[in-house]
Design a protein around this ligand. Structure first.
Ligand SMILES: [Zn+2]
Length: 68
């Protein structure tokens, strides 16, 4: 799915589903019960995650999850 990424800017970016570790992080950081509703930017070096339905709602993964 291609959507806007506020970190990357420019053209729409490809996002993918979160891994288990990433979902655990989102659940912990945002205190949401539905981390599966989030996805992350696939551009190299970008750590942005955000809600499928609202690109403004999200954050950044820590460096440790950068490679995911
Ligand atoms: Zn991005």
């Amino acid at each position: 799915m291609d959507v806007r990424c506020p970190n990357c800017g420019g053209p729409l970016r490809r996002f993918r589903k979160l891994t288990r570790d990433e979902e655990a992080h989102v659940r912990r950081i945002l205190e949401v019960a539905d981390p599966g509703a989030y996805h992350r930017c696939t551009r190299t070096g970008c750590r942005r995650f955000q809600r499928w339905s609202n690109w403004r709602e999200g954050g950044d993964f820590p460096e440790a999850l950068a490679a995911g």
